[in-house]
Design a protein around this ligand. Structure first.
Ligand SMILES: Cc1cc2nc3c(=O)[nH]c(=O)nc-3n(C[C@H](O)[C@H](O)[C@H](O)COP(=O)(O)OP(=O)(O)OC[C@H]3O[C@@H](n4cnc5c(N)ncnc54)[C@H](O)[C@@H]3O)c2cc1C
Length: 505
């Protein structure tokens, strides 16, 4: 049923999701009152330090300067993820953010890499300069490059609490009203929509549209509206995390320019280098290990610098709601869903959701068509991410624990992933394998993981292939020659970060 229009928005929750929504909608929508209510005593989850390259255009759209973001959030540059020990327990490969090089007129390199024209050079090294730059701990850009642009594709690592604080200050400056109060529940109207939200001090708060950013609690979409939760626990086993923040041994220690993800017997460890500390966490399956054993694994990785530091336990509920928009309520962030942080999709999903909400915004109050579209799109996006994450586990050759053997069991793969892997046994992944508009990870990401993990190379013959072989071989040689210069020509990562901080006014 159409109402007079959507003029009042109430956001419940002030974590990264709530404040990103508030700032983005304040910038995108005119003539709409936006209020955000959060309970300071509940607090935000405070993790989520790795991002996706899309954050650059989101921050630019918000009008936040890159230098200010880097300074205020203790941020550093992320050029991809280095996966250690994922294949056999003694290996490493890079999933870079830069796409495989393809100069105008030059051939796509993947078919020729599959045919062995780059010899034994790993895929990411053969087709991008980014592997060399990451190995040398260099930044992806020069300090003087235009904001949010660089020679190589990049995202950021940042302090999650400082990120939410920056977004909050920015949203308030854009006119968002901030209420600190505890939401006790929501009241539904006769049509089953939210009539108001009850708070301890401000009483009943009414709006035309409610955005649930209350995190895993899902106060509106879950507790009030009872949207079913689609668990993916049978596919993705890691349901717990232990985290710690470890200072650098000295203030000028080099900063890694990729997330480092190290596989362990019951999960994997993230290692994220910020300006003043590293964020380290063990993501593990409680069905395959216990908290004490997990703590030993994390402490052994973090070493003496973390000896006296307390570990923080974070339970994770993996899955999503297929109905994230019901009536006059949209769930964004952990309230809508969460799949484990292996490829840092959380904030990226928040960006996607809020951009969609702004684009589909039901100005006239007609919510249902927009809600159906939003739900179909977000469900497809979550499903694609689940498959992409599972790919990392099911390609592993590790059999040193039940965790890895269980992951290798095709019964734990989704039918869509089983189909993809079956097709790719005779040819590589390509664009038409994906509904690209709803994919978080481009086809090249699947290729980097697939071939980084040693999936059998298969490239069927085609009449055109031989014609460009010499050009492809020349391009491989060119990239190999340029890689050391690219690394040497870019600033050390810490130097780049310091230069940007100095520039922030
Ligand atoms: C272990 C782990 C690692 C992660 N790593 C990454 C990563 O590397 N990259 C990435 O992109 N994402 C990551 N994520 C996901 C990321 O943390 C979240 O997507 C992001 O922080 C958004 O969280 P949120 O704002 O939805 O929820 P939260 O941060 O939990 O915020 C919830 C808000 O709701 C408020 N609230 C709750 N109850 C009430 C109440 N009764 N009344 C009023 N207010 C209330 C709280 O005060 C808080 O402000 C990770 C998640 C986990 C669990």
């Amino acid at each position: 049923m159409a109402t007079a229009g959507v003029k009042r928005i109430l956001i419940v929750g002030g974590g990264s999701a709530g404040w990103l929504c508030a700032a983005y909608l304040a910038k995108a929508l005119g003539g709409v009152q936006i209020r955000l209510v959060e309970a300071p005593e509940v607090g935000a989850i405070g993790v989520g330090e790795g991002s996706f390259p899309s954050l650059r255009s989101t921050l630019a759209a918000l009008g936040i300067s890159e230098a200010r973001f880097v300074r205020d959030c203790g941020a550093t540059f992320k050029q991809g993820i280095v996966f250690r020990d994922w294949v056999r327990g003694d290996d490493a490969y890079l999933h870079p953010f830069s796409l495989p090089s393809q100069r105008p007129g030059a051939p796509e390199l993947l078919p020729y890499w599959l045919r062995g024209l780059a010899g034994d050079t790993p895929f990411a090294e053969a087709v991008t300069l980014q592997a060399a730059v990451v190995a040398a701990a260099r930044g992806p850009k020069h300090a003087g490059d235009p904001p949010y642009q660089g020679a190589l594709n990049y995202a950021y690592h940042f302090d999650a609490a400082r990120f939410a604080a920056l977004l909050a200050a920015h949203a308030r400056a854009l006119g968002v009203t901030h209420l600190q109060d505890h939401v006790e529940g929501a009241q539904l109207d006769a049509a089953g929509q939210i009539a108001c939200v009850h708070t301890r001090q401000h009483g009943a708060l009414e709006a035309d549209l409610y955005i649930d950013c209350s995190g895993f609690r899902a106060l509106l979409i879950g507790a009030a509206l009872q949207a079913p939760f689609h668990s993916v626990a049978d596919t993705l086993f890691c349901d717990s995390a232990l985290a710690v923040q470890v200072p650098y041994p000295q203030p000028d220690a080099p900063i890694a320019s990729a997330t480092i993800s190290s596989a362990r017997t019951a999960g994997w460890i993230w290692d994220i280098g910020l300006q003043e500390r590293r964020g380290i966490g063990y993501v593990y399956s409680s069905r395959h290990t216990d908290d004490e054993a997990a703590a030993r694994v994390l402490r052994s990785y973090a070493g003496s610098a973390a000896e006296d530091l307390a570990l923080r336990k974070i339970p994770m509920r993996l899955g999503y709601r297929r109905q994230q928009w019901i009536g006059n309520c949209v769930a964004i962030g952990l309230a809508g869903g969460f799949v484990e942080p292996l490829e840092a999709s959380g904030i990226g999903l928040v960006e996607t959701a809020v951009q969609m909400l702004a684009a589909l915004f039901p100005h006239n109050g007609e919510m249902a068509p927009a809600a159906r579209h939003f739900n179909a799109f977000m469900t497809a996006r979550y499903a694609g991410i689940v498959d992409f994450l599972k790919l990392h586990y099911c390609l592993s050759q590790r059999r040193d624990s039940a965790f890895w053997s269980d992951n290798a069991d095709p019964a734990s793969w989704t039918p869509a992933l089983r189909d993809k892997l079956a097709m790719w046994r005779c040819r590589p992944p390509q664009r038409l394998d994906f509904l690209t508009d709803v994919e978080m990870y481009p086809p090249s990401s699947w290729q980097f993981v697939l071939y980084g993990m040693g999936f059998p190379r298969a490239m069927p013959d085609s009449p055109g292939l031989a014609a460009q072989a010499a050009a492809a071989q020349a391009e491989f040689a060119n990239l190999a020659k340029l890689a050391p210069h690219a690394a040497a020509g870019l600033p050390a990562h810490r130097e780049l970060v310091a230069a940007l901080c100095a520039r922030a006014v």
